[in-house]
Design a protein around this ligand. Structure first.
Ligand code: HEC
Ligand code: HEC
Ligand code: HEC
Ligand code: HEC
Ligand code: HEC
Length: 197
């Protein structure tokens, strides 16, 4: 009997500790750290890669020169949103347990970025409706500029390739980026064309 009581007491303490740990860890910043610790997929921007480069000075044939270079890990493609990398989670999220946002996405982005409706006469459809997240990820991406998809795929996610290609203006585009001629956010005419591409 006594040992059973001891067992349930130990179990009770274990549950209590686990809950406390969970609560302590549940701010967005802490969750980020937890994720970074447990899964390799979450990049920790503060980590630097140490690269030891044994460099041979070709000019004077001095092979004894060994340079220790501490270089930040710079991916050739991919992007991390600055406030996310800097763990300023609460510039977008309410502090506390949920991931809720301080503003709906359609207004959130413009708290830091210039309002495109002030910059362009005509807005591209999804920009006009505040759907930034149809093209960008809020945190990070394996592509540049936080984009969700690459090249023409970004645009052909919504626009039908068949219809686009049926336009004479597109006959010769090949695999050119659509953004070589169109501004993804807005422009001066309804076709959001970049002036003299
Ligand atoms: C620039 C604004 C911004 C910053 C900074 C930001 N987030 Fe987010 N976060 C968002 C938006 C927008 C969503 C998507 C919400 C939706 O889809 O409704 C989101 C979604 C999430 C989600 C839900 C799952 C997901 O990834 O879609 C988690 C978890 C999260 N954020 C954690 C964090 C943490 C932790 C940080 C700080 C390291 C952070 N966020 C910083 C804007 C931001
Ligand atoms: C708290 C301020 C803040 C908010 C809110 C914010 N951003 Fe940013 N964003 C930044 C900063 C800072 C940069 C980096 C600017 C620079 O390097 O010149 C940036 C850069 C970007 C870039 C360029 C990334 C690159 O790799 O070049 C994109 C795209 C972007 N933000 C989209 C968004 C979208 C979409 C939202 C809304 C979901 C949003 N931002 C909300 C601060 C913010
Ligand atoms: C149709 C897709 C699409 C939508 C929707 C979209 N963007 Fe972009 N955005 C892009 C592309 C493509 C680039 C890269 C442009 C380049 O590098 O020339 C970009 C670049 C950016 C940049 C980097 C600076 C710049 O202007 O090049 C910011 C900031 C940005 N977008 C914010 C936003 C915000 C805020 C919204 C919503 C109001 C939004 N974007 C909606 C496609 C989109
Ligand atoms: C999230 C869906 C979505 C994505 C992604 C998207 N568009 Fe659009 N686009 C729209 C909507 C909605 C309209 C407005 C309705 C319409 O006219 O078809 C529009 C309109 C346009 C127009 C004007 C069409 C007209 O007849 O006036 C052009 C040009 C255009 N988009 C080019 C692009 C390019 C280039 C990209 C990639 C950078 C892109 N779109 C990505 C949804 C999207
Ligand atoms: C070489 C420049 C160029 C490229 C690259 C280009 N466009 Fe266009 N696009 C134009 C011009 C010019 C127009 C205006 C057509 C007109 O006046 O009828 C146009 C019109 C459009 C329209 C509205 C008319 C229609 O056909 O529905 C859409 C949508 C569009 N482009 C989408 C795209 C998409 C998606 C891509 C990438 C797959 C792309 N464009 C690549 C030059 C280009």
């Amino acid at each position: 009997m006594g040992s059973d009581k001891l067992k349930s007491f130990v179990f009770f303490i274990f549950i209590l500790t686990s809950i406390t740990m969970l609560i302590i860890r549940c701010t967005p910043e802490k969750k980020f750290h937890t994720l970074s610790t447990f899964f390799d997929g979450v990049p920790d921007s503060t980590k630097k890669t140490e690269v030891i480069v044994a460099s041979q000075n070709a000019q004077n044939n001095d092979t004894s020169v060994i340079a220790l270079v501490v270089a930040p890990k710079v991916p050739t493609e991919g992007s991390i949103h600055k406030p996310f990398a800097e763990e300023k989670c609460t510039s977008c999220h309410a502090a506390g347990f949920s991931n809720s946002l301080i503003l709906p996405p359609s207004l959130l982005c413009y708290t830091c970025h210039e309002d495109f409706s002030k910059k362009y006469k005509v807005l591209h459809g999804p920009v006009a409706s505040g759907n930034c997240l149809m093209c960008h990820n809020q945190h990070e991406s394996k592509y540049n500029r936080l984009l969700l998809r690459k090249g023409q795929d970004l645009c052909l996610f919504c626009h039908q390739a068949k219809q686009v290609l049926s336009n004479a203006k597109h006959k010769t585009i090949g695999d050119k980026n659509c953004t070589e001629c169109h501004n993804p956010h807005g422009g001066e005419d309804r076709f959001v064309l970049i002036p003299n591409p």
